[in-house]
Write a protein that binds this ligand. Structure first.
Ligand code: NAD
Length: 425
């Protein structure tokens, strides 16, 4: 699996990297003279695969596989999360890094795109084992990360504690406390107010603005959310607070519904206390098929990639899809949704709230001057609304989907930087 070269083109048409390549192909004809640089976007600048041996609590040694992919650094240091999940592959990490290049450029943040991951089910590790795994991984990728090189952040199954261990390990290895090496840290270690909620808040803002443009309000809207973690959970909470009815939820434990609206805050408390969403009182457990058939105004996929497949795109009963997750919709499903008149706010805009506040965190760490939460949320709101407006304008001008429009804006910025820098040597 990990033997592929850096221009790795897998045979599996549903591989995330293949999906990303197809999306780049769609944007190429819109890049004008910059199209001659498009190959730059079809490969990663650098991919590091590392062995992570750790001592288990029972005295045995276990080995895990980890990656850090740096897709493009034309506009600045790499930026992107770290995922701990049993399905992590080099293919997935490369695609997620490519999407980070596009996302950072679409929001005009001064970053390139990167992503990392460890192929592990963290639930099978004790806390000391998880700490040893995180520290050894950080040491191994320490060759290529740093506050001005590549700055990791939380993603699926990673959180502020893991970022604290990463920051400490990098700092111990380099001999100086380097708060800016990761974002999404605890507030006490240079983290930013509002970072934890930022991705979900950005999803909410993107949904609210697009719904308004489509002629309906969030208040009273019916919402279905797949994934009830950092992104989906916060987004669901904000939808509910704005007067929407969250009528369906799904996480790794299963799917639940309540036509009258789910008490999202109580469900979040229940899950945070260790309960399984399907055991939460006040909801009915439903099947996977029933979940995807729920009638809604807005559907938010906020779990993993490849969830909105062709079959599901044919049957999904919604007006608007707002992608909280990265790569949840396959290109074939995208076409079906387009033909059915279902609007899609793509991941590279919809879930960009997290990296935007990560950028604020990094700037605050560099200047050692910290902003208030309302300053952060106001700036986030402004950046998200402006980026979304630009994408809608480009989509209308070129008669393309919002995804292709976001790619046009982002890839033009990346390739213009590429051209100006020229080729070394
Ligand atoms: P998380 O680990 O906090 O939550 C993931 C959620 O998805 C959990 O509720 C889990 O139970 C659920 N899930 C996992 N497998 C599932 C399955 N097969 N079916 C249904 N649900 C499943 O992760 P997160 O940080 O919320 O990330 C979710 C998505 O958002 C990922 O695609 C991630 O890349 C993307 N994202 C996250 C951030 C961030 O700041 N955390 C930023 C941008 C994008």
């Amino acid at each position: 699996m990990a033997s592929a070269g850096l221009s790795y083109v897998p045979n599996n048409p549903n591989s995330p990297w293949q999906m990303y390549l197809l999306q780049v192909d769609r944007v190429a004809p819109h890049l004008g003279h910059l199209e001659r640089w498009v190959e730059t976007l079809k490969r990663c600048k650098r991919v590091l695969a590392v062995d992570i041996p750790i001592n288990r609590d029972d005295g045995t040694v276990a080995h895990f596989e980890g990656f850090r992919a740096q897709h493009n650094m034309s506009r600045g240091p790499g930026k992107g999360g770290v995922r701990f999940h049993p399905d992590v592959t080099i293919d997935e990490v490369m695609a997620l890094a490519g999407w980070m290049t596009v996302k950072n450029a679409a929001l005009n943040l001064p970053y390139g795109g990167a992503k990392g991951g460890i192929r592990v089910d963290p639930k099978t590790l004790t806390r000391p084992e998880l700490e040893r795994l995180t520290r050894r991984y950080t040491s191994e990728i320490g060759l290529i990360i740093g506050p001005d090189k590549d700055i990791p952040a939380p993603d699926v199954n990673t959180n502020d504690q893991i970022m604290a261990w990463m920051m400490d390990t990098y700092s111990m290895n380099t001999g100086a406390t380097a708060t800016g090496v990761v974002t999404g840290k605890p507030i006490a270690l240079g983290g930013s107010l509002g970072r934890k909620e930022a991705t979900g808040r950005g999803v909410y803002i993107a949904a609210r603005e697009t719904a308004r443009a489509m002629g309906f309000d969030i208040a009273g809207a019916r919402i279905v959310v797949q994934g009830f973690g950092n992104v989906g959970g916060i987004a669901a909470r904000l939808f509910k607070a704005a007067g929407a009815s969250v009528i369906g939820l799904q996480d790794a434990s299963g799917s639940v519904a309540n036509e009258a609206g789910i008490d999202v805050d109580a469900a979040l408390d229940f899950v945070a206390a260790g309960g399984a969403l399907v055991d939460f009182k006040g909801v009915t457990k439903i099947s996977e098929g029933e979940f995807w058939a729920l009638k809604s105004d807005i559907f938010v996929p906020a779990a993993l990639e490849n969830q909105l497949t062709e079959t599901r795109a044919r049957s999904i009963a919604t007006k608007l899809v707002v992608e909280g997750a990265n790569g949840p919709t396959t290109p074939a499903a995208d076409d079906i949704l387009h033909d059915r008149g279902i609007k899609v706010v793509p991941d590279v805009i919809a879930n960009a709230g997290g990296v935007t506040v990560s950028y604020f965190e990094w700037v605050q760490d560099f200047s050692s001057f910290f902003w208030t939460e309302s300053e952060i949320n106001d700036r986030l709101e402004r950046i998200m609304v402006e980026a979304l407006k630009a994408v809608v304008h480009t989509a209308e001008k070129n008669n393309v989907s919002l995804r292709t429009a976001a790619f046009i804006i982002a890839c033009t910025r990346v390739l213009a930087a590429r051209e100006l820098r020229g080729l070394y040597p």
